[in-house]
Design a protein around this ligand. Sequence first.
Ligand code: ADP
Ligand code: MG
Length: 227
Amino acid sequence: MIDVLNLCKTYQLGNVEVSALKNATFSFARGDFVAIMGPSGSGKSTLMNLLGCLDLPTSGTYRLEGHDIQDLKPDQLAVVRNKRIGFVFQNFNLLPRASALENIELPLLYGRVPDASRKAMSALDRVGLAERARHNPAELSGGERQRVAIARAIVNQPSLILADEPTGNLDSKTGEEIMNIFTQLNRDGVMVLLVTHEKEIAQYARHILLMRDGRIIKNAVIAEMTS
Ligand code: ADP
Ligand code: MG
């Protein structure tokens, strides 16, 4: 479902070129569950931004479900991103003055998606948070906030979820609960791709990419997919 060939990303910082991703080549199968690991500055977020169609590569090719992403125009890129990809962040990125339900609903309303309210409620139900729909983020625990963020990420039924350190701000027990939700989504057929520093978190994945200095230094499929 994902095929990456010689993908490179160079940032221009004044007169200095920063080579953040160097010749990445790999494939992820449909329904894969991947953990991207590596020290700070090794290029993990750069790779996630490219895979999430938030940015275009300097060179190389990225094929996502048959689309040659590097050839798309910005508006086409936005369509792929909105339809196929859900994002989850370390800091949840919720609107503080909106309820859990509204946090999920609002992007749908902006996108003129029909039936926003029902879809938002169904996504909240899927992460086990239907009874908290009317609560604001301040009234929710960290784990509950992250569940709202996951509900927001899955409401458009993406085929791919990208999560950058999704458990980085949570205690280990809550982190486990969040990983169980990702595991369930993955069982339901969604590809999950997460960046993590923690070995315990990476153990939920079936496929590990290890990065260093902009290069993928290890690409290991730990377990074959069972279905
Ligand atoms: P990680 O997520 O693994 O910590 P990043 O992908 O954020 O690594 O960064 C990889 C390298 O690219 C680092 O040297 C970083 O300083 C550089 N970098 C990242 N984003 C930019 C940018 N927008 N402009 C210039 N340099 C950047
Ligand atoms: Mg990063």
